[in-house]
Design a protein around this ligand. Structure first.
Ligand SMILES: [Zn+2]
Length: 114
C-alpha cells in the first residue's frame, strides 16, 4: 500500500498498484501542475474523506474532476471514467509519500495536440 496526501494532510488516500511508471502530459493544464499520473480503478483507492467533498477544477469537456486541497492547493488526484465507463482515479505521483521520482519511468503523453 502507498499513501498519498496533499501538503497540509487534509487530503489523504491509500492506493495499491504499480507505480513504476507515470504519464507526463504536455497539455496546458498538466504541464502547469507538473502532474505525474498513474491511473487506477476507483475500488483500489481508499480515501480518508469522500473525494466528492473536495473542490475540483474542470475544463475542456468537463468530464474529469481535478481535485485539489482547499487549504494548501496541492492536487493529489483526479477522477473520471475510463473508455469502458469504469470509474478511475488518476493519482499524482508527486503526492505519494516516500516514492523515488527519479526511478519512475515517465511516459510522454501529447495532450497538447488533442
Ligand atoms: Zn492540503
Amino acid at each position: 500500500m502507498h499513501k498519498a496526501s496533499c501538503h497540509c494532510g487534509k487530503v489523504a488516500l491509500e492506493l495499491d498498484g504499480d507505480l513504476s511508471q507515470a504519464n507526463e502530459c504536455n497539455c496546458s493544464h498538466c504541464s502547469r501542475k507538473g502532474y505525474l499520473l498513474v491511473f487506477l480503478p476507483r475500488e483500489t483507492v481508499t480515501f480518508r474523506s469522500p473525494p466528492e467533498d473536495l473542490p475540483a477544477y474542470r475544463f475542456n469537456r468537463h468530464v474529469i474532476n481535478h481535485h485539489f486541497c482547499p487549504d494548501c492547493g496541492c492536487a493529489p488526484f483526479s477522477m473520471g471514467k475510463g473508455p469502458d465507463g469504469r470509474e478511475m482515479v488518476a493519482v499524482n505521483l508527486r503526492c505519494v509519500e516516500g516514492i523515488d521520482l527519479e526511478a519512475v519511468k515517465r511516459v510522454p503523453v501529447d495532450g497538447r495536440s488533442f
